[in-house]
Write a new protein. Structure first.
Length: 162
C-alpha cells in the first residue's frame, strides 16, 4: 500500500485520503504535494546539516527518486532513471557515498516491469529496507532504504498515484 504524506505535519495517510488524519489539513492534488522528511536523529547529524529534506511529487521522473533523510547529505536526490543503479563507494557508482560504512559495491537497484528491486552485493554492513536487513527486496513508494549510515526514502509517482 502506498501512502499520502501531509504537507503540514508529514503524517502518513491512506492513499485516497482527502484530509490528514493527524492534523486535519487538506491533502492537495498529487503533483502539487511537497513532502517534508524529518530527520531521523538530529543529534547524530553533522553541524550545519539541513533540518529536513523535501520533494515536490510533480518533480519525480523516471522510476523514482531516492532522497537522503539524514546526515551531511540531507536532501540529496538521486533519480532512478537507469535500468540498473549501483550504490557504493566505487567512483563509477551512480549513487556514490564516500564513507567507510558503505562498501565499494554495496547494492544495486534494478528496474523492470514489476517495479524496483534492491539487491545487496555482499556488503559488509548490509542493506536495509524499512529497517529490516535484506538480500533482495521490492521497493515501493515510501520505503526507507539504508546503505551504511545513509537513510533514503523512495518516492515513486507511479506507486503514489495508484
Amino acid at each position: 500500500m502506498s501512502y499520502v504524506f501531509c504537507n503540514q505535519c508529514g503524517h502518513r495517510n491512506p492513499p485516497r485520503a482527502s484530509f490528514c488524519s493527524s492534523c486535519g489539513a487538506v491533502l492537495d492534488l498529487p503533483d502539487d504535494r511537497t513532502i517534508v522528511i524529518a530527520q531521523i536523529d538530529p543529534m547524530q547529524d553533522a553541524p550545519g546539516a539541513q533540518d529536513n529534506a523535501s520533494i515536490r511529487l510533480g518533480d519525480i521522473t523516471g522510476w523514482g527518486v531516492l532522497v537522503v533523510r539524514s546526515g551531511e547529505m540531507t536532501g540529496a536526490r538521486f533519480a532512478l532513471t537507469n535500468q540498473i543503479t549501483r550504490i557504493g563507494r566505487n567512483p563509477e557508482s551512480e549513487i556514490l557515498f564516500d564513507d567507510i560504512t558503505v562498501s565499494r559495491s554495496h547494492a544495486e537497484i534494478r528496474a523492470n516491469e514489476d517495479g524496483l528491486i534492491v539487491r545487496d552485493l555482499g556488503s559488509l554492513n548490509g542493506t536495509y529496507v524499512n529497517r529490516q536487513i535484506v538480500e533482495q527486496s521490492k521497493l515501493i513508494h515510501g520505503d526507507e532504504l539504508q546503505v551504511g549510515k545513509f537513510h533514503m526514502i523512495l518516492f515513486s509517482k507511479a506507486d503514489n498515484l495508484g
